[in-house]
Design a protein around this ligand. Structure first.
Ligand code: ZN
Length: 287
């Protein structure tokens, strides 16, 4: 059995504040990357104990350059980087059997969830796929389902694990911490959760939710924070501007639809970074 792991960073045990997930920050370099890699290794161990024949890990946080390559279990292969051209889960095809979603946070707007967001805190208020409001967990799991791959393990903040179980059905879930609010969390000991993750990964090899089937065409709808971001996203050919802040994209080919999703998010990010840099501001008149 072939296992694909997507691992994010916000939902890793012991990741307690923003500096630990910020690329380049000393807290990220010395602590965040180490904790994230340890959780990946715990799952890789469990997968092989459960009979996996191969494990491919996608570094799924920010620029995809977080996993400490030299410390990763050598039995696994690693995909790093982040590019629209290679898609959300490079290499994931129907030869894979199980998807592990690790280190995840809940979708934007979830209460009592640490770092709740959907793809980008700076641009996205709400994302739906085929009229189901989803976060990143839903996005990855739905895409895997279209390839016939089931979600078998979810680890992360408690509300993120609940989100995954609600959407995909019964499978192995390991809650490594519990958000108290967006910027507050009660975390289990990072070393202690590794045993649970290994156990969950091992058990996941024998069971998991059936692949989530979604109907075609795929309808993506993104509600942005500001109309300026929707203005940018609307430049994707074939998109539909359904309201000032909402852009939709409908396509029979799921890969095209998901690629459009990535393109819209990337374009919206340009508007957001212009805003953040002060380009759109006019001194004190901004309130
Ligand atoms: Zn992340």
């Amino acid at each position: 059995m072939n296992v694909y792991i997507v691992i994010d960073m916000e939902g890793v045990a012991g990741v307690t504040h923003g500096s630990m997930i910020r690329t380049g920050h000393v807290e990220w370099r010395d602590r965040g990357t180490r904790l994230m890699t340890a959780e990946a290794n715990a799952a890789i161990e469990g997968a092989f104990l459960g009979g996996a024949s191969s494990v491919l890990v996608k570094d799924g946080h920010d620029s995809g350059q977080n996993i400490r390559r030299e410390d990763l279990d050598p039995r696994a292969e690693l995909v790093t980087g982040n590019s629209v051209t290679v898609g959300l889960m490079p290499g994931l095809d129907s030869t894979f059997d199980k998807l592990f979603l690790m280190g995840f946070h809940a979708k934007m707007g979830t209460r009592f969830a640490q770092f709740d967001h959907t793809i980008s805190t700076a641009t996205i208020n709400n994302l739906s796929i085929n009229n189901i409001v989803v976060g990143e967990i839903g996005m990855y799991g739905m895409l895997a389902g279209l390839r016939g791959v089931s979600v078998a393990l979810t680890t992360g903040d408690g509300p993120a694990v609940d989100e995954s179980l609600d959407l995909f059905g019964a499978h192995q879930g390991v809650r490594v911490k519990q958000g108290l609010g967006r910027f507050a969390v009660r975390t289990f000991n990072p070393a202690q959760v590794l045993t649970q993750i290994t156990e969950g990964a091992k058990n996941a090899m024998d069971n998991g939710a059936p692949p989530l089937e979604i109907s075609l065409p795929v309808t993506i709808s993104i509600d942005f924070l500001r109309s300026a971001e929707a203005d940018m996203a609307e430049m994707v050919p074939g998109s539909l501007r359904s309201s000032a802040r909402t852009v939709q994209y409908v396509h029979e080919d799921p890969d095209t639809a998901f690629q459009a999703l990535q393109a819209m998010v990337a374009l919206a990010g340009i508007a957001a970074s212009r805003w953040a840099s002060g380009l759109y501001k006019s001194g004190d008149s901004v309130v």
